[in-house]
Ligand binder design. Structure first.
Ligand code: SF4
Length: 268
């Protein structure tokens, strides 16, 4: 589990509550000034920091079940012997691991567009800007002034709405208090109509996520890679947990845990 002495922000997504409505994705685009590209039929080049995947149990009708998996950046842990894949390959320090919060940042103005991070990210959470976004005249007045729109040729991704953290931290400093659970929330967590997304400090018992990640139904994507994501998922359906964790045919969860034995003690 997470070290109680360092702040670690994370997210818990309850897949059994998610209806796949896309409100989180729309809220994310609005909050972070993600534009609509000239050719949105080219899904390989479209940008969605919060992408929603649909999976099914592989059974024919009438036994078919489906589930939706919203997938932001997983904010892989980069301290305590861990390794954040995108950060370790960036030659321009355009992406970095914030020791203060555990959030993996992205600084578009430093990015040289080499896309090593896109190749390194096992979660496909990074997007390259193939176009300058053609904001129709007048729509620039609806942009969020706290988030810079990105230019063609750079990579971008979910930042857990880091600008909101900066505001909350500054206010807390002025007031002489701590950043509370309600002071810093991501746009997707606020927009979800079914309450499937919970955000907060993973190692603070006053935050809901601290308790949710201790559920026996909690899991993370591709845990075997040892990236130690800070996005957790919940599902009571076994087939969802297996499909979402991407077990290969014949693999046993027990074997996967053994394969993760190198993960630093005290973080698991
Ligand atoms: Fe980097 Fe991808 Fe991990 Fe996000 S999910 S921290 S982009 S490797």
């Amino acid at each position: 589990m997470w070290d109680p002495d360092v702040t670690r922000y994370g997210m818990v997504i309850d897949i059994d509550k998610c209806t796949g409505c896309g409100a989180c994705s729309a809220a994310c685009m609005s909050e972070n000034n993600i534009g609509v590209l000239p050719d949105e039929t080219d899904k390989v080049r479209s940008i969605t920091w919060m992408r929603i995947y649909q999976i099914d149990n592989g059974k024919p009708f009438p036994h078919t079940e489906i589930a939706f998996i919203p997938r932001p950046c997983q904010h892989c842990e980069g301290s305590g012997g861990h390794h954040t894949p995108c950060v370790s390959v960036c030659p321009a320090t355009a992406t970095d691991f914030d020791e203060e919060t555990g959030i993996v940042s992205q600084i578009p103005t430093r990015c040289i567009g080499c896309r090593y991070c896109v190749a390194a990210c096992p979660y496909h959470a990074r997007y390259f800007n193939w176009y300058d976004v053609p904001w129709p005249e007048g729509t620039e007045r609806a942009l969020n002034p706290w988030v810079s729109p990105r230019m063609r040729g750079v990579v971008e991704k979910c930042t857990f709405c880091y600008h909101r953290y900066q505001h909350a931290r500054n206010k807390a400093l002025m007031d002489g208090t701590e950043v509370g659970e309600k002071d810093y929330q991501t746009a997707c967590a606020q927009a979800c109509p079914s309450g499937a997304i919970t955000f907060g400090q993973l190692n603070n018992p006053d935050h809901k996520v601290y308790h949710l990640i201790r559920s026996p139904y909690a899991f993370r994507l591709l845990e075997r890679l040892g990236t130690n994501p800070k996005v957790y998922y919940l599902s009571r359906r076994e087939w969802v947990r297996k499909r979402a964790d991407h077990y290969l045919p014949g693999e046993e969860p027990g074997k996967l845990k053994a394969a993760r034995g190198w993960i630093a003690a005290g973080h698991e």
